[in-house]
Every structure is written in C-alpha cells, then in structure tokens.
Ligand binder design. Structure first.
Ligand code: SF4
Length: 206
C-alpha cells in the first residue's frame, strides 16, 4: 500500500478541522515558497474522491484545487462521463505548489517520493474521514501515494483496484497530460479514453 493508506495520518473531528491543522504544516519544505495551502474540497459525504498530483500555479494563487487549465479539462471530461463535479471531493496528493522560478514564470516541478510520503499524512486523514466508495488516482503521483509500487498508470490504466480500507482505486491519467499532447488525433483519442475511464464510476456518484 502507499503511504496514505499506511494508517499513519493526521486526526481531527472533521475535514474543516483537518484543513485548519494543515494550514500550519511544516512536514516538508514546500510550504516555504508556495503562496498558500491548497486543501481538498467537496461534500463531506462524497462517494467519489478524485486525487491529483499537487496544486498548479493557478491553484496556488486561488487556494483551491483544479481551477486552472487541467481543472477545466477535468470538468469537461467529468461532464461527458456523466459525473457531476460538485458531488465529488477533489484533492491532491501534495498540498503545496512545487515549482522552479524562471524569470517571472513559475514552472511546475514534480514532487519527490519524500514529499509525497510526508503529505500523505493529510491525504490519508481526508480519506479516513470521507470513507468514499471509489478514489480516482489521477496520474502517477496520486497512484504512488495511494498504492505505492503495487500499481502503475500504464500497467493498470482503467483498472479498479480493491484496497484493505474498503474502497476501490480507479487508475487513470492526470488531465494535464492531455494538455501536453501535440498531435490533435492523439489528443482526441487520449481524451476519449480518459472519459471512458471516468464513465466506469458514473453510477456511483450521488
Ligand atoms: S506539501 Fe504537504 S507535507 Fe509539505 S508542507 Fe505542504 S502540507 Fe505539509
């Protein structure tokens, strides 16, 4: 299992209380340069939780997950798959934006294994409070936080994998991947495949 399912995580009476605790988190160095914490958001009774990698530039400024370009494409694909975003809880494996400063631009930098492990303290607690039916791993970082080395995005794409905690993990890509594909036909095919992955759980969202 990945670090977020190890059983070692924060504890608080509610998601709001967890978020308040996380505001002061210094478990890794990423809080030092980010604008603010970007915690998960959504209904406390959500049956489906979507887990991304980390906040991007727009999310870091807004303080909310999936509000940038990748969030827009995720919204469109959820809608096409028959899933209402507002019924889902959205969060990230890592709660502070990691980036490299290049002039005025802040370029996304992938969190390392240590940062994923440290931040699983919060993801594990969110999942424990929510008790969802399905957790969607959007990309390799989320998958690593949830299932460790047991699974891979390419190897298990589209699979629903059972966990000892009772919920299933749906393995798929991160929507930012779709934004990086140059060839239009390839991008359309990958997008359709992403919608198909998501559509598997459409009936399980309230
Ligand atoms: S990225 Fe996660 S573990 Fe690191 S400081 Fe932020 S909340 Fe804490």
């Amino acid at each position: 299992m990945g670090p977020s399912l190890s059983g070692e995580h924060a504890d608080a009476p509610s998601i709001a209380a967890l978020r308040e605790q996380a505001e002061g988190c210094e478990r890794c160095d990423l809080y030092k340069h980010a604008t603010q914490l970007v915690f998960g958001e959504g209904p406390g009774k959500a049956r489906v939780v979507l887990v991304g990698e980390q906040p991007g530039d727009r999310e870091d400024l807004a303080g909310r997950p999936f509000v940038g370009p990748a969030g827009r494409i995720l919204d469109e694909c959820l809608h096409e798959a028959g899933i209402d975003r507002s019924s889902c809880y959205l969060t990230n494996a890592v709660k502070h934006f990691k980036f490299e400063q290049r002039g005025k631009r802040r370029l996304h930098s992938r969190p390392n294994a240590g940062e994923i492990q440290r931040c699983s303290w919060w993801l594990g607690a969110e999942l424990e409070k929510l008790h969802p039916e399905v957790v969607v791993a959007l990309g390799a970082t989320a998958l690593s936080a949830l299932l460790g080395r047991r699974a891979g995005v390419m190897k298990n794409r589209g699979d629903l994998i059972a966990t000892p905690t009772g919920y299933q993990v749906l393995v798929t890509i991160h929507p930012s991947y779709l934004l990086r594909i140059q060839n239009r036909d390839d991008a359309a095919a990958e997008r359709a495949r992403f919608v198909k992955d998501l559509a598997q759980i459409a009936g399980r969202v309230d």
